[in-house]
Write a protein that binds this ligand. Structure first.
Ligand code: NAD
Length: 499
């Protein structure tokens, strides 16, 4: 049995807590390795190393830091296949999808190459007689990030690339379900020229997370994962005086207007609902056709597409649309929710419950499911299923569809399919959700914009990546300076306007 490590102080270090989590091959159901779960002492040791390494890195000019990012991009491209294979084998997503996971992280690294420009401060020449005023964006010191299983390459890179480009040290606590790629990324950053101790990977569970939240040296914490944990981390981190941003779960609605191109809408729903087995925070999990006639046409287009979906292991290459879910527990939870949908009266139009793959009977595969006539009181509507299950809620009007999405407690992403510019414009303006697609099913903003939901999908002020990341990982210092020729004799006792 392979025993994974932490990556501390530039070395692979064995866990000493005696606690481990099983890492599965989701396609076969076998345990492929053991992930060490760090103790508070192990986490604190990494923080001490980070704190010692950070001042020199923070004082390194931003152009040199950017060059490390440039080289890292080259290495990511060099090792793309190796990384994608490791990612698929622990997560289960298809090989092309694993490459997409890496690519969307890489693009944020590319954005961070702009650090010299993005870190420029402000300067006012002659704010008063002989007085200049300027602001600097300085690193926070030691930052930490806690990431989910579903994007084990992209989300760590969304955090550590801007944190490091801004001159911080970073401690990553990745998901214990697929920790290998984060370990590989830390090694690659050092190969790219990052000094040791600046990017460390401490594997673990709640114990390591609590140690992060309680360590007074750590200045900021980024979290991406489910909403209850996001809420917990935000509360505990903030009450310990840290800067915290937490991104939680989702229940993304797609509104289909009567004038939409129904083939386009059905194709979009199939990709966005079932891609990565529905294990995406930007997956569409609720289809909201407007009007019964639209709903009937949509279901008619969806059913054959869903029935044709190919489910299998990533080793089958391009012949697979989606793979297994991440663990047996995830599969059980999904099947339990599907049963609740049936029990509570939703119509199961495509039933994948009997799905089994020859040769992979113990894998965590879940066949595709489509529900129609779902109502807002049902568990399958209220909860995030995080599986290959699409729920259709029929709305009588555009206003009813809009209200439905607005009343849901989650607010990560949403989309509208229509040919009517006025409806699309109204939707984008009024919806209380952070990321909106117009005829785009998964509107994940590119690296130079920012990513973040509203409502219970986000706790904090600043979004991920784009300009917000450079705000989150720096603090502003403003200097007012006057040189001796301008200094008058005697003290001044009032707040002065600059004259
Ligand atoms: P999760 O909340 O179970 O785990 C996320 C991280 O929190 C992991 O590192 C885990 O070790 C840690 N953790 C788990 N339980 C903890 C506890 N009790 N105390 C402290 N830390 C704990 O989430 P997951 O299953 O890995 O990921 C799926 C979830 O993440 C979904 O809800 C999905 O919508 C969400 N997600 C959100 C975004 C976004 O940007 N909003 C992106 C990706 C995933």
């Amino acid at each position: 049995m392979k025993e994974l490590t932490h990556y501390i102080g530039g070395e692979h270090v064995k866990g000493t807590s005696g606690r481990f989590a099983d890492v599965f091959n989701p396609a076969t159901g076998e345990v492929q390795s053991k992930c060490p779960l760090a103790s508070t002492e192990e986490l604190n040791k990494a923080v001490d190393i980070a704190a010692a390494a950070q001042p020199a890195w923070g004082a390194t000019n931003p152009q040199r830091r950017a060059r490390v990012m440039m080289e890292f991009v080259r290495l990511l491209n060099r090792d793309m296949d190796k990384l994608a294979e490791a990612l698929s084998s622990e997560h289960g997503k298809t090989f092309p999808d694993a490459k997409g996971d890496i690519q969307r992280g890489l693009e944020v690294v590319e954005y961070c190459i702009g650090a010299p420009q993005l870190l420029k401060g402000e300067f006012t020449d002659g704010a008063g007689p002989g007085i200049d005023m300027y602001s600097m964006k300085q690193p926070l010191g030691v930052s930490a990030g806690i990431t989910p299983f579903n994007f084990p390459a992209m989300i760590p890179m969304w955090m550590f690339a801007p944190a490091l480009a801004c001159g911080n040290a970073f401690i990553l606590k990745p998901s214990e379900r697929d920790p290998s790629v984060p370990l590989m990324l830390a090694e690659l950053m050092e190969e790219a020229g990052l000094p040791k101790g600046l990017l460390q990977v401490v594997n673990g569970d709640k114990d390591a997370v609590d140690a992060i939240l309680d360590n007074p040296v750590i200045q900021s914490v980024g979290f991406v994962g489910s909403t209850p944990i996001a809420e917990y981390i935000y509360g505990r981190g903030c009450s310990n005086g840290k800067r915290v941003q937490c991104f939680g779960g989702a229940k993304n609605h797609m509104i289909i207007m009567p004038d939409a191109d129904m083939d386009q809408a059905a194709d979009a729903l199939v990709g966005a609902g079932y891609g990565a087995a529905g294990e995406r925070c930007m997956a569409i999990s609720v289809a909201v056709p407007v009007g019964d006639e639209t709903a009937d046409r949509l279901i008619e287009k969806l059913v054959p597409r869903i029935e044709k979906l190919k489910v299998g292991p990533f080793t089958a290459g391009n012949d697979v649309d989606y793979g297994p879910v991440v663990t047996a527990a995830a599969k059980e939870k999904i099947l339990g929710l599907i049963q609740s949908g049936v029990d509570q009266g939703a119509e199961l139009v495509v039933d994948g419950r009997d799905f089994s793959l020859q040769g992979y009977e113990n894998g965590f595969f879940v066949g595709p499911h489509l529900f129609d006539k779902v109502t807002p009181d049902m568990d399958i509507y209220q909860q995030e299923i995080f599986g290959p299950v699409l729920s259709t809620v029929r709305a009588a009007s555009y206003e009813e569809a809009l209200k439905l999405a607005m009343d849901h407690e989650m607010g990560n992403g949403t989309a509208i399919y229509t040919r009517d510019g006025d409806a699309a414009r109204d939707f984008a303006a009024r919806i209380n959700i952070g990321m909106v697609g117009v005829n785009v099913p998964i509107p994940v903003p590119l690296a130079y914009h920012t990513f973040g939901g509203w409502k219970k999908s986000m706790f904090g002020d600043l979004n991920q990546h784009g300009p917000d990341a450079f705000k989150f990982y720096t603090r502003t210092k403003t200097v007012t300076s006057r040189w001796p020729s301008g200094i008058k004799e005697g003290g001044e006792f009032n707040f002065k306007a600059m004259d």
